[in-house]
Ligand binder design. Structure first.
Ligand code: CAA
Length: 257
């Protein structure tokens, strides 16, 4: 097992995954992508993990796909690499994933952040979809997730020019959840994860599912999914505990059942 993705447990119920290729600005080579997909699939099944933080280092969250690894590829090799399946595995994690973005989040790095549920960015973080500069287009969801997050005209500007944008611009466009001073990025993401980790996991999971599935559905179907998910939770012990604790003016003890 390589150490290209490090796994840490900074708080109870919280796992931090750290991309660890500093010499390549955390470029996402196939090995890193496979490790991310593997860890997220395993953590998705692990009942002790309630929230995940995904981060890089202070210079770079991830500088995109590994250009050196891709440069000589033909169409068939590109297809056989199956990167799209790894993206699906990463985006399919049922647990909340928080991106803690410092430095560069470019190309596949920006796309990786956009597969997360919450994005915390340091004030000097730089985002962008620069693929057009090297003769390709985003291939990990950039043309779709960025457009859905910020709207056609801003997405077009950045995808067609390849220009980078700042954390504050990203925040103003609705692409990031919070901008914090650079040294606080990881700590703030862990605090948010810790906050989520003590909540009833079934409610958290169904809330994530309703938001994501709802974004792809017509409003009436999305509302139907929401109401069914909400009704399903009335069979959980945690719903009984949460409401009883409120009425008895005490802290709830959630078990995940
Ligand atoms: N792939 C491979 N290597 C990369 C890389 C990448 N995406 N980004 C950086 N590196 C490597 C550099 O080649 C360099 O290696 P050497 O020391 O061996 O020369 C090392 O990381 C340090 O990089 P820089 O010297 O360039 O560092 P910098 O701080 O001056 O600049 C940067 C940082 C702005 C991120 C710059 O490296 C850069 O522009 N990187 C490429 C960004 C990019 O185009 N990303 C999109 C990739 S395509 C994609 O993601 C496709 C997709 O979705 C399908």
């Amino acid at each position: 097992m390589t150490d290209l993705v490090l796994l840490e447990r900074p708080a109870e119920g919280v796992v931090l995954l750290r991309i660890n290729r500093p010499e390549a600005r955390n470029a996402l080579n196939l090995e890193v992508r496979k490790l991310l997909a593997k860890h997220l699939a395993e953590l998705g099944e692990d009942t002790t993990t309630r929230a995940i933080v995904l981060t890089g280092n202070e210079k770079s969250f991830a500088a995109g796909a590994d250009i050196k690894e891709m440069a000589g590829l033909g169409t068939i090799e590109a297809l056989q690499r199956g990167v799209h399946k790894l993206w699906r595995a990463i985006a399919g994690c049922p647990k909340p994933v928080i991106a803690a973005v410092s430095g560069y989040a470019l190309g596949g790095g920006c796309e990786l952040a956009m597969t997360c549920d919450i994005i915390v960015a340091g004030e000097s973080a730089r985002f962008g979809q620069p693929e057009v500069n090297i003769g390709i287009i985003p291939g990990g969801g950039g043309t779709q997730r960025l457009t859905r997050a910020v709207g056609k005209y801003k997405a077009m500007k950045y995808i067609l020019t390849g220009e980078m944008f700042s954390a504050n611009e990203a925040f103003d466009m609705g692409l990031v959840s919070e901008v914090v001073p650079d040294p606080e990025v990881e700590g703030r993401a862990i605090d948010l994860a810790r906050q989520i980790a003590v909540l009833p996991p079934l409610a958290v999971q169904l809330a994530k599912e309703a938001v994501l599935a709802g974004m792809e559905a017509p409003l009436s179907s999305a509302l139907a999914l929401e109401v069914k998910s909400s009704q399903i939770l009335f069979s959980s012990q945690d719903q009984k505990e949460g409401m009883r604790a409120f009425i008895e003016k005490r802290k709830p003890r959630f078990t995940g059942h």
